[in-house]
Design a protein around this ligand. Structure first.
Ligand code: IPM
Ligand code: MN
Length: 368
């Protein structure tokens, strides 16, 4: 080392990148661009290697989650995924379907808590079909149970004229995801809304009892229960009254797409899936095959996912905030893809919007 000049070393992280199908590779391309752009100012270095998943993996390896990918994600510090799904494989047996690869990946990593934050940027109120007065103050977090319920329950299967899926939950599965929701509420507005169907389902009765018992450990958090049908209505009639919403796997899947309407587009939403090992980070939107390869997809969901990867996956709050500020600033300055453009606003392509956010994240003064 030179005398008098201490060189602080870069902190290095390995990111396993799984672009997947449809618009996945395009939006992940922009997400990586922003990750590279934010790195130097925070003295970080990211080593990212790409691996196949979904239909792309079925094509190269005959398996939607090949051995190579399984090994790589386990060794990584965090996993960044684009999207999986391809209608061309709809008729294939379950082991060869892209979605099976995603479910196997979630199970392999044990990422039982899926965080889906939903906020409304003031400049995008026009993009939602809801009236602006309903959107003011919307800032909610959906915590979706991700490794249990109907998606994984056995027995499952079908014959020509019957089909079966199993909905099963244990108290420990409910407890660990509810704990994540209560802990998150403590850092927010201190309220948890637990969503179930306890008037009909035994699994929901167990869910409600377990969440109520756990709430005693969090006396500073207010707990409210509500049925899933009512929750669906409240999400669009009074969304600003919801802080943290916690629910089982399938209810969470459905309610999070509904909540996307608040943000103006499904293309806006990021997600973080956490367990005890490396986290899995993916935008909420799917592979959108009709948009793929046309440079029209909204990269913001994927770029906001990078912020969650930094914060929750690597414990790096500062660069996470820098990415979120760059997104907000780009929106404030009128940067839009087609899904969020208002009348008369100029429409950008995927790469142009990604480039704009990457530049803002390097900017010397980002004050929003
Ligand atoms: C999601 C998706 C997935 C899910 C599909 C692609 C299996 O809709 O992440 O919300 O249902 O979990
Ligand atoms: Mn979904």
């Amino acid at each position: 080392m030179e005398r008098g000049r201490r060189r602080r070393s870069l902190k290095q992280y390995e990111i396993a990148v799984l672009p997947g199908d449809g618009i996945g590779p395009e939006v992940i391309g922009q997400a990586l661009r922003v990750l590279e752009a934010v790195a130097p100012r925070h003295r970080l270095r990211f080593v990212s290697r790409e691996h196949p998943v979904g239909a792309a993996a079925v094509r190269v390896a005959g398996d939607p989650l090949p051995y190579e990918t399984r090994e790589a994600v386990r060794r990584a510090d965090a996993v960044l995924l684009g999207a999986v799904g391809d209608p061309a494989l709809d008729g294939e047996p379950r082991q060869r379907r892209p979605e099976t690869g995603l479910l196997a990946l979630r199970a392999l990593l044990g990422v039982y808590a899926n965080l889906r934050p939903v906020a409304v940027h003031p400049a995008l109120m026009h993009a939602s079909p809801l009236r602006p007065n309903r959107l003011t103050g919307v800032d909610l977090l959906i915590v979706r149970e991700l490794t249990g319920g109907l998606y994984y329950g056995e027995p499952r299967g079908r014959t020509a004229d019957t089909a079966i899926n199993t909905l099963r939950y244990s108290t420990s599965e409910v407890e660990r995801v509810a704990r994540v929701a209560f802990a998150a509420a403590r850092t927010r507005r201190g309220r948890v809304l637990s969503v179930d169907k306890a008037n009909v389902l035994e699994t929901s009765q167990l869910w409600r009892e377990t969440v109520t018992r756990l709430s005693l450990e969090f006396p500073d958090v207010t707990l409210e229960h509500c049925y899933v049908d009512t929750a669906a209505m409240r999400l669009v009639s009074a969304p600003s009254g919801i802080d943290v919403l916690v629910t089982e796997n399938m209810f969470g899947d459905i309610l999070s797409d509904e909540a996307a309407v608040l943000a103006g587009s499904l293309g806006m939403l990021p997600s973080a899936s956490l367990g005890s090992g490396p986290g899995l980070f993916e935008p909420v939107h799917g592979s959108a095959p009709d948009l793929a390869g046309r440079d029209v997809a909204n990269p913001i969901g994927a770029i906001a996912t990078v912020a969650l990867l930094l914060r929750h996956g690597l414990g790096l709050a500062e660069p996470a905030v820098a990415v979120e500020r760059a997104i907000a600033l780009a929106l404030q300055r009128g940067a839009r893809t087609a899904d969020i453009a208002g009348p008369g606003e100029t429409v950008m392509g995927t790469a142009e919007l990604g480039g704009c956010i990457a530049e803002l994240v390097c900017g010397r003064t980002i004050t929003v």
